[in-house]
Design a protein. Structure first.
Length: 172
């Protein structure tokens, strides 16, 4: 999508349907339906201890700007529209009291933003949520990375909606 830019009208300019459509209709349509995505993973993954793992997503609840593929780089949401996005992710691990669990949003595989860390839990749902605002140029991508150090591979929990990753465009 292209974010419409406000027009500066000049004295004596003739108003046409094309100008109204381009300058008013298209801007309103963009604001009514900006880029938005929500991704899920239907089964758990089991990252090895002390190894950062990228979370894949095999299901799209919504992807208005076609920035995600369930086949190629399924862990990534790639921006098709430049701007600031509010990004969020949620992942839980099965019960294990040893060590800790971490999750972070990465931009272009390198820039770590909004890390979250919790201790292991002996019972219940060891879930984490991260959220934050990031700027994405066209072709920049975001991913959700997870890490745990329980001493062995530890599965993500698929109950309560399973791992989720989403975001929405908020401004230019």
């Amino acid at each position: 999508m292209i974010v419409p830019s406000p027009r500066t009208w000049v004295v004596g300019e003739i108003l046409t349907a094309a100008k109204l459509n381009t300058d008013i209709r298209d801007a309103i349509n963009f604001l009514l339906s900006p880029p938005l995505f929500e991704l899920n993973h239907s089964s758990g993954i089991s990252p090895a201890t002390s190894t950062q793992a990228v979370m894949p997503f095999d299901t799209e609840t919504i992807d208005r700007d076609n920035g995600h593929s369930t086949v190629t780089n399924s862990s990534r949401y790639t921006s098709q529209t430049a701007g600031y996005y509010m990004i969020s992710g949620a992942v839980g691990f099965v019960s294990n009291a040893t060590g800790k669990r971490e999750m972070t949003i990465l931009v272009n595989g390198t820039t770590e933003t909004y890390p979250c860390s919790i201790p292991g839990t002996a019972s219940g749902f060891g879930g984490m949520i991260v959220a934050g605002r990031v700027y994405l140029a066209v072709a920049d991508y975001v991913e959700l990375y997870i890490w745990q150090n329980s001493g062995g591979a530890l599965a993500t929990n698929t109950t309560k909606g399973g791992p989720r990753f989403g975001g929405h465009w908020i401004s230019k």
